[in-house]
Design a protein around this ligand. Structure first.
Ligand SMILES: Nc1ncnc2c1ncn2[C@@H]1O[C@H](COP(=O)(O)OP(=O)(O)OP(=O)(O)O)[C@@H](O)[C@H]1O
Ligand SMILES: [Mg+2]
Length: 363
C-alpha cells in the first residue's frame, strides 16, 4: 500500500497511538472530513483488517467478503466459511495483535442491526480481543450508538473523537505545496474551510485560484462538487431529502428564523423541527443560535456557497452561463464568509484554551 501523506492530524494520530491495545475507539465526523484517511494512516504498518460497511450491499454479501478477509488474516483453511455474524465475530475475536476497523459503522443499523449489539456482547465477555476502531459520518447516529445509556457502545470506548476540520495552518501548508500563495490561500480557506476532500480536488484538478475552483469543480459540467450537497444529503437521509434542500436554500437566502424558513419552504412552522434536527444534530450542516429567538445559520461555508452559486441558478441558467454566474456569487459570499470564519477562528486566539472540542472522551 502506498504511504499516505496527511496534512495536519498529528494530534489525532498521537491520541490513537497512545491507546494501549486492545482498545475500542470511535471516530466520527461529517462526510469528507478525512476519517477513512486517518484510520488508514494509523493502520499503516500494523496488522489490520479494514471493513467498509456498505449500506448498498446485502448483508450476506458483506458477511461473505468480510469472512474472506478474516480467513486470510487468521490463516484459516480455504474451506472455512462464516455462515452467521456470530461465527464471524467468534473468529474475529480470536485474532490477536490486529486492529480491526469498521468504516461507516452506523450503516450496520440498516444492513444488519443485530451486529452492533453482537459486537457489544463479544467485547464484554471476551478477555482476549483485537483492537477495534469504528468510524461514522452520520454524526447523530454515531452519537446515539455511543452516548446513550443502553446503546451498544455506551461506556465501552477508550477513545471517542469527533474529527474536525484541518487546522488553518495545515491548509495553508498544503496550498503552499501546491504553489498557491498570498491572499488567495485565505480565499480558499473562506470557501473550503478545513475539509480535506476539497483540497484534494484542488490538487487533482490543478486548480490555482478560487474562481477557477468554482468554475471547474463547483459549477462546471461534470465538476466533482456540482452535486456534492445533494449527494451527501441523499446518502445520509435516504430519498426524503427534498424538504431539507428547501430549508437549506431558505437559510442561504437569508431566512434564519423559524417562521421565515417555513414561509420560504411552504410548510407549517410546526412541521419544521424534525427536519431542522436532522440538519443540525444529525448532519451538522446548520447551527442553531439561541438569542431572544432561535435562529439558524450555516455552519459549513461551502454548503452556504453551493446553495447560492449552484442550487439557486442551475435551473434557470443555460449551461454555458452557469460557471460565470456561479463565479460572480463569490463577491457577495466573501464578506459573509469572512465574518463567519473570524467568528470561528477568534476563540482560538484566547490565551486559555478550552479542552479541544474534538476529543469528547478519553479513558
Ligand atoms: N489530513 C489529510 N491530508 C491530506 N489529504 C487528506 C487528509 N485527510 C483526507 N485527505 C484526502 O481527502 C479526501 C477525503 O478524505 P476521506 O475519504 O478520508 O474522508 P472521509 O471522512 O472518510 O469521507 P467520506 O465521508 O466521503 O467517507 C481523500 O481523498 C483523502 O485522500
Ligand atoms: Mg470515509
Amino acid at each position: 500500500m502506498a504511504v499516505i501523506k496527511l496534512y495536519g492530524r498529528e494530534r489525532e494520530l498521537g491520541l490513537l497511538r497512545r491507546l494501549r491495545e486492545p482498545f475500542l475507539a470511535v471516530i466520527y465526523g461529517r462526510r469528507r472530513i478525512g476519517k477513512t484517511s486517518l484510520v488508514l494512516k494509523f493502520l499503516e504498518g500494523r496488522p489490520h483488517l479494514y471493513f467498509f460497511v456498505n449500506p448498498k450491499k446485502p448483508p450476506h454479501l458483506l458477511l461473505e467478503e468480510y469472512g474472506e478477509a478474516l480467513r486470510r488474516a487468521a490463516e484459516l483453511p480455504g474451506y472455512v466459511r462464516f455462515r452467521t455474524w456470530d461465527e464471524f465475530f467468534e473468529a474475529l475475536f480470536s485474532l490477536r495483535g490486529h486492529v480491526v476497523a469498521f468504516d461507516e459503522f452506523q450503516w450496520f443499523m440498516e444492513v444488519a442491526p443485530e451486529v452492533p449489539y453482537m459486537l457489544q456482547r463479544f467485547w464484554d465477555v471476551k478477555a482476549e480481543k483485537p483492537s477495534i476502531i469504528v468510524t461514522g459520518s452520520v454524526v447523530g447516529l454515531v452519537k446515539r450508538l455511543v452516548a446513550e445509556a443502553g446503546s451498544p457502545l455506551f461506556g465501552r470506548a477508550d477513545l471517542v473523537m469527533e474529527l474536525g476540520e484541518l487546522e488553518p495552518s495545515a491548509v495553508f501548508r498544503w496550498l503552499r505545496d501546491l504553489g498557491i500563495r498570498g491572499e488567495e490561500t485565505f480565499r480558499f480557506y473562506l470557501l473550503f474551510g478545513g475539509v480535506p476532500y476539497y483540497y484534494r480536488l484542488v490538487q487533482q484538478w490543478g486548480v490555482r485560484t478560487v474562481e477557477e475552483a468554482v468554475r471547474l469543480l463547483v459549477a462546471g459540467e461534470g465538476g466533482p462538487l456540482r452535486h456534492e450537497v445533494e449527494f451527501v444529503l441523499a446518502e445520509s437521509l435516504g430519498r426524503e431529502y427534498k424538504t431539507h434542500l428547501a430549508i437549506l436554500d431558505a437559510v442561504a437566502r437569508g431566512a434564519t428564523k423559524l417562521d421565515q424558513i417555513a414561509s420560504h419552504v411552504g410548510i407549517k412552522t410546526t412541521s419544521l423541527p424534525p427536519y431542522l434536527r436532522d440538519l443540525t444534530d444529525l448532519l451538522n450542516v446548520l447551527t442553531r443560535f439561541k438569542a431572544r429567538r432561535t435562529y439558524y445559520e450555516f455552519r459549513d461555508r461551502f454548503h452556504a456557497f453551493w446553495f447560492r452559486a449552484v442550487y439557486r441558478h442551475r435551473d434557470v441558467t443555460p449551461e454555458d452561463r452557469l460557471r460565470e454566474v456561479a463565479a460572480a456569487e463569490l463577491e457577495d459570499f466573501y464578506p459573509w464568509a469572512f465574518e463567519a470564519a473570524v467568528r470561528e477562528l477568534l476563540p482560538r486566539l484566547y490565551p486559555v484554551r478550552k479542552v479541544t472540542k474534538e476529543v469528547v472522551f478519553l479513558r
